[in-house]
Write a protein that binds this ligand. Sequence first.
Ligand SMILES: Cc1cc2nc3c(=O)[nH]c(=O)nc-3n(C[C@H](O)[C@H](O)[C@H](O)COP(=O)(O)OP(=O)(O)OC[C@H]3O[C@@H](n4cnc5c(N)ncnc54)[C@H](O)[C@@H]3O)c2cc1C
Length: 472
Amino acid sequence: MIPAIRQGRSATLAGTLLLGGLAACTSDSTRESGDSREPTESLDVVIVGAGAAGLAAAMDLPGAVVLEADEAPGGRALYSGAVLQFVGTPEQEEAGVVDSVGDAVGDWPTLTGGPATATTERWLTASAAVHDRLGGLGVSFALADPDPLLHRRRLHMIAGEGRALVDALVAALPESVEIRTGTRVTGLRLDGAKVVGVETESGPMDARTVIVATGGFANRADLLARYVTWPAGSWAIGDDPYSEGAALDWALAGGLGVAHPEAVGSNANVIGLAGAAGGATRARNDPWIWVDEAGARFVDESQGWSLTLASSAEAHAPTWAIAASAELEPAVDAADWAAIAPALRCAPAPVALAEALGLDSEAFVDTVAAAASARASGGKDAWGRAAPSLPNLTGELCAFPPGRLASKSFGGLDVDDAGQVRAADGTPIAGLYAAGEAAGMAQPGLGGAWGCDGSLSAVIWSGWQVAATLRE
Ligand SMILES: Cc1cc2nc3c(=O)[nH]c(=O)nc-3n(C[C@H](O)[C@H](O)[C@H](O)COP(=O)(O)OP(=O)(O)OC[C@H]3O[C@@H](n4cnc5c(N)ncnc54)[C@H](O)[C@@H]3O)c2cc1C
């Protein structure tokens, strides 16, 4: 049962997406494609993107054709640690973890900065079934370490990480599904409030149904600058080749609805000062602690991957990250160091640094001493941070604002409960659906203000949901 994977032309640069999107959708009622070539094919269901969402949808749509820009299926899941969020699993039961959808909904505002929506609740409720269906495909899970950032051990890790997940999804595709890799879609073809196909580099294609599963926009600096409120120079983008924002380009060019694009999750392993390339400075190993205005710590700063961590710095603002310059300099690239060094606030001893920052000196000295003693103890500190990861705060100390690494987008194409895309005026577009990060993981708003860890289970669920709608 291995699907046909057909190799097409190589992927091109993200820049073509915008031009293609503009050409594909004019604003009049016919929204002609702008490509005078005859459609090369007439297909029933086209899925754009073979990431986790597109693959999940294809699993339940025999005969679908999946158009994938990359040379292989998998998308961002291939890079991910594959930590998924589930409620009510055997792993939780075995570990004696008492959890429920109600608990998760109750945690949501603290976890994500916003209330759980009806879609959040539907996803959390369905999550045990998602877990079981993936288990049936041979995916096995273990509970993630207890999370000090309020996940109540809802996070599950996949053995074999993202690769194992992608392999299981690909292996589960019906034989009649065809994946065409190296095939970039450059725009949607709309006829009024109806999709009629897609544009590709090799010409237009007719399609009765199109599922946009092109992922998010966390790696598109221009779209982020348009939507997020983070100060310029305090954030950076990742370097994986996905999350290029095709869905938003098409929406902006073609009058499709966009919802909650400001809800972007970020990791916190970044220095919030502009490095050589202009964005915030990337750093290795989190060689710092964070302190609040009172000079006290409030979190395990080594959980830099957690979306909740980045936002907890904001909740405790003004927050300073404190590092020894001897440990900080090797953690960043030389060019970035040259760019940020003049902006660091440094002093030869804790008291002098506290005074320069206007912190309570006594509390700050105690904080530094407590971190040193936890480090020496070899155990964990009061926030659960393990000794080896604690910085050695001796010699010259430097302070700087924590920064953000844009990680996942929790807004995107405006879709209804069935995953059907709506125009900017709310009109449903016949035949046009979206799943996964392109639709804010499943539906914009699901992840509150800054998103949540483990949203891959929502991505997969949304692919299955769209397929179920189409099969009805
Ligand atoms: C380093 C890293 C670690 C992560 N860890 C986790 C984690 O532990 N847990 C978690 O929940 N999430 C994690 N994530 C996020 C998670 O991987 C994504 O949210 C999820 O995989 C998105 O799936 P998707 O199918 O919606 O989009 P994607 O995986 O982005 O897939 C979209 C696909 O569409 C293709 N595509 C895009 N544009 C076009 C086009 N124009 N034409 C044709 N094809 C196109 C892309 O090539 C890609 O294959 C992580 C992400 C990264 C980068």
